[in-house]
Ligand binder design. Structure first.
Ligand code: ACO
Length: 329
């Protein structure tokens, strides 16, 4: 029996309308457009409405991906949604999306691997397709980080935005689609990036002096920065090696969009020219699990990768976690 591959059938995205520009942050914390542009590279990010949550964004991105794939929700057998900001503990965000789009035949579950979440979700969906269990899977990254951001903390509030991206994977008998994946975690360094749930330790409380809302993101920016540059380089190299593809054969690297300096640092280590690394961080900021699928969607919309060409998606984030996938479009 010939090997089965998971190929991209369609992609979609959704971004809330409301824009927060750097002038807004100048009005609420001690910061400047110049500092944010130079140190982070972000100009604008999107903010969901108070009654708009990750499942709403995820469902809109999912509908767009299904339309792009020319499929209906009932064709989908599996939904995996990655998020660090689902609105409920249960039902899961993926089940809420399933209900919203009417994907009655799908099994649905969530994955939390922070900013690497979409790549973890795509990797799991790939395994289900390769094993022959399912033919069509919907993979979603949806986050509303503005709902878990402390707007008094200038070191984090300027970074985050909201959005959702989705991808439909379908089984193919040809060697195309996902050709390799790499996933990794370092739980022992997890304390470098936290957002409390049911528990807040004394350390978590001390780190958040701005309010008694401990369900906001805190991070050791410099530690995460160093980890991010290193893992973006190593995970890209590792997945290319695993798939038997030379770095020169990769048309485009699509990284998690946390900071322009992280992307540039890793790009230089990989010796890639600017046109071979996708960057839209200036428009949306860090949307955690939504960054990679939105960037993938925009890269394909813009024709940055053509049929038959290869790309790498690569991410890093809380956990700590990292992941990459090499995909032939
Ligand atoms: N405006 C002005 N000054 C600021 C701001 C701001 N918005 N934020 C921090 N500063 C100040 C600091 O207070 C500090 O001042 P001090 O020297 O007087 O103490 C100074 O700038 C330098 O601070 P650093 O933390 O050293 O700044 P750095 O250049 O490292 O940039 C940043 C901080 C942007 C957070 C960077 O470290 C970064 O991008 N880290 C990685 C973040 C990331 O990738 N996260 C991904 C995961 S997110 C997730 O999983 C949800």
């Amino acid at each position: 029996m010939s090997e089965i591959y998971a190929k991209i059938a369609g992609v979609g995205k959704y971004l809330p309308e409301k824009i927060l520009d750097n002038a807004y942050f100048e009005s609420i914390v001690d910061t400047s457009d110049e500092w944010i542009t130079k140190r982070v590279g972000v100009k604008e990010r999107r903010m969901s409405k108070p009654d708009e949550f990750s499942s709403d964004l995820g469902a809109k991105a999912a509908r767009a991906a299904l339309e792009n794939a020319g499929m209906s929700a009932e064709d989908i057998e599996l939904i995996i949604l990655a998020s660090v900001s689902p609105e409920m503990y249960t039902p899961s965000c993926s089940c809420m999306v399933q209900a919203k789009i009417g994907a009655k035949k799908a099994a649905a579950f969530d994955i939390n691997a922070a900013c690497s979440g979409f790549i973890f979700a795509a990797s799991v969906a790939n395994q289900f397709i390769k094993s022959g269990t399912y033919k069509n899977a919907l993979v979603i990254g949806a986050d509303t980080l503005t709902k878990i951001t402390e707007y008094k903390d200038r070191a984090t509030c300027v970074l985050f935005g909201d959005g959702a991206g989705a991808m439909v994977l379908t089984a193919s008998g040809e060697k195309t689609g996902i050709l390799g994946t790499v996933l990794g975690s370092d739980g022992a360094s997890g304390n470098n990036l936290t957002c409390c749930g049911l528990k807040a330790s004394a350390e978590d409380i001390e780190r958040r002096p701005f309010s008694d809302n401990y369900r906001t993101i805190w991070m050791d920016g410099q530690a995460v920065f160093k980890f991010a540059v290193k893992t973006m380089e190593s995970a890209t190299q590792e997945v290319a090696e695993k798939a038997g593809v030379a770095i020169d054969e990769i048309s485009l690297v699509i990284p998690h969009q946390a900071n322009k300096r992280i992307i540039d640092g890793a790009r230089r280590r990989l010796k890639l020219s600017e046109d071979r690394v996708f960057c839209n961080v200036e428009k949306y900021g860090n949307m955690s699990a939504a960054c990679v699928p939105i960037a993938l969607c925009e890269a394909l919309e813009q024709g940055r990768v053509k049929e038959g060409e290869k790309l790498v998606i690569v991410g890093f984030g809380g956990g700590l976690t990292w992941g990459s996938a090499l995909i032939e479009v």
